[in-house]
Design a protein around this ligand. Structure first.
Ligand SMILES: [Zn+2]
Length: 197
């Protein structure tokens, strides 16, 4: 099944991508070779361009090719609401839902005494500075519902002080979710977050 060392090297590299194992990587590389001009050339060009220009947005930490990302540069985004997320993937997930019109702050992780993740390494001092210096009326702490995520949310809320309104995403039954299939923690959270019908 050897396709020559260069092709094998490409397959090995592709197999390192999330969601692609050796079998899917082989299939993807074959598709690229078959569609050399339609797919492989534009992909190679796009990759080289992104590789040369990609960086972190100086304001929010999103991925961008410019100093500031499209969201931070968009005057239509509400400057008064800031949504704090753990990762760029979380930011993209929020954007996919197209329900949030404010701006973001990407922490790049969560506090963890075990892994030596400190407030400084997560740029929390910068976040506090941005909020206290800016015209921000609400900070949404959209961190993952894990122990570390919640510890981080509490820490940030403490740092921001009582004058800044901090909120968190509701936890509970997902859309299309059936109670029968939910874990105990989700049911408990949903019960606590119940609202008037
Ligand atoms: Zn940005």
């Amino acid at each position: 099944m050897s396709g020559g060392s260069e092709v094998e090297r490409l397959i090995d590299l592709m197999a390192k991508l999330p969601g692609l194992g050796p079998v899917s990587a082989r299939r993807a590389v074959l598709a690229l070779i078959r569609k050399k001009s339609l797919l492989m050339s534009p992909l190679a060009t796009a990759m080289a361009e992104v590789e040369a220009t990609v960086r972190e947005c100086a304001i929010c930490g999103n991925i961008t090719s410019h100093q500031f990302c499209d969201i931070c540069r968009n005057p239509k985004r509400d400057q008064s609401i800031l949504c704090v997320v753990e990762s760029v993937a979380d930011l993209w997930a929020m954007e996919r839902a197209a329900a949030f019109k404010g701006r973001y702050f990407v922490l790049g992780g969560v506090l963890s005494a075990l892994d030596g993740v400190t407030p400084e390494s997560l740029r929390i001092p910068l976040l506090v500075e941005q909020v206290l210096d800016g015209e921000i009326s609400e900070v949404i702490l959209a961190l993952n519902a894990t122990m570390d995520g919640q510890t981080t949310a509490h820490y940030i809320a403490d740092q921001l002080g009582p004058d800044v309104q901090t909120t968190s995403l509701a936890q509970g039954v997902p859309m299309g979710g059936e109670l029968n299939y939910l874990d105990d923690g989700t049911i408990t959270a949903a019960l606590h977050a119940r609202k008037a019908f």
